[in-house]
Design a protein around this ligand. Structure first.
Ligand code: 13P
Ligand code: SF4
Length: 317
């Protein structure tokens, strides 16, 4: 009889988790089986809030490197594990520190706000971090005449600029997943599913945002489908979120928005999908790979993240 490896991994992961007082945090873009073994599933903001408050000795991050780094920055005394160190982020990599230092110098006198989707060196250069859940509230917490640098996502930056009308210099970075959605294919889908609502992550390009019935972070999209009275949704974000949407409202229909190239599967985040059940098991067993950041960098990167968490708390997020 063939062995059911997944069931064996799940049993072992659950055993090791208890033995080692470990919490598994998973982003919504992980595969459904991984979301199901996590102790907590959330968007970037909720995961950082969870990392800051956990009593566990080990945080195992089922997500990408910038998320695990954020957890380490907020809980430096804890061991933070990432099952595959190659789980990076094209958006974070579109903003390198040398060029960013020049960008700040070329635009003096501005408050530097960075999306958490950045490498730790960029956080260390920032005044405040934000996520797609709290970006508008973070900007609106500043005096109206305060000038801002926003990095790295130009689509999220432009979305916030339109919402707040603030003076913002925006870094020209993008996420390869959210850039790839095809406006034409979404419009075609809407024609054949006229009752479907188009729901869109703010990292998507303007033409896709313009036709949206609702725009929001992954948790905002999930909330929307849970509470809205519609029955069908075209979902323009990484399709991992559909697992939770189906769990919350199984009777509704969720159609992943198609990418421009219908042969590439590129609406999936290939970095997120590097994390597998086998890698989680090995990582927990061997307690490696571990996120290590020097103390000086942690201290610099902590300030903008803590400022973000404080503003979010005051805004009730
Ligand atoms: P949120 O988790 O803030 O929705 O961001 C999505 C994302 O791209 C994470 O990598
Ligand atoms: Fe980065 Fe985009 Fe993947 Fe999110 S979906 S981790 S922003 S590459």
């Amino acid at each position: 009889m063939q062995r059911d490896l997944t069931t064996e991994y799940v049993a072992e992961i659950n055993r090791l988790k208890l033995e080692k007082n470990t919490v598994i945090l998973s982003h919504y873009y992980q595969t459904g089986d991984i979301q199901d073994i996590a102790d907590f599933i959330g968007d970037s903001l909720a995961l950082s809030q969870k990392a800051a408050e956990t009593n566990a000795d080990i945080i195992l991050f089922a997500g990408v490197r910038f998320m695990a780094e954020t957890a380490k920055i907020l809980a430096p005394q804890k061991k933070v594990l990432l099952p595959d160190m190659n789980a990076g982020c094209s958006l974070a990599d579109s903003c390198r520190s040398e060029e960013f230092i020049k960008f700040i110098k070329d635009n003096p006198g501005r408050t530097v706000i960075t999306y958490v989707n950045t490498n730790v060196e960029i956080k260390a250069l920032s005044d405040i971090c934000c996520t797609s859940s709290n970006a508008v509230q973070i900007i609106e917490s500043l005096p109206v005449n305060e000038k801002i640098i926003f990095a790295p996502d130009r689509n999220l930056g432009n979305y916030i600029l339109n919402k707040t009308g603030r003076d913002m210099k925006i870094w020209n970075g993008t996420c390869h997943v959210h850039e790839e959605f095809s406006l034409e294919a979404i419009i075609d889908l809407k024609k054949s599913n006229p009752d479907a609502k188009i729901i869109v992550h703010p990292e998507c390009e303007l033409p896709v945002r313009i036709i949206a019935d609702f725009i929001g972070s992954t948790s905002a999209l999930l909330n929307f489908t849970a509470k809205d009275d519609g029955k069908c949704y075209i979902v323009a974000t990484e399709p991992g979120i559909i697992h939770q949407m189906k769990k919350e409202n199984p009777h509704k229909t969720y159609i992943p928005a198609p990418p421009r190239d219908s042969t590439c599967g590129c609406s999936e985040c290939n970095f997120m999908k590097l994390i597998t059940m086998e890698k989680i098991y090995n990582c927990l067993l061997n307690e490696t790979p571990e996120i290590l950041i020097d103390t000086a960098t942690i201290l610099k990167a902590q300030k903008p993240i803590i400022r973000m968490l404080d503003i979010s708390k005051k805004a009730g997020l």
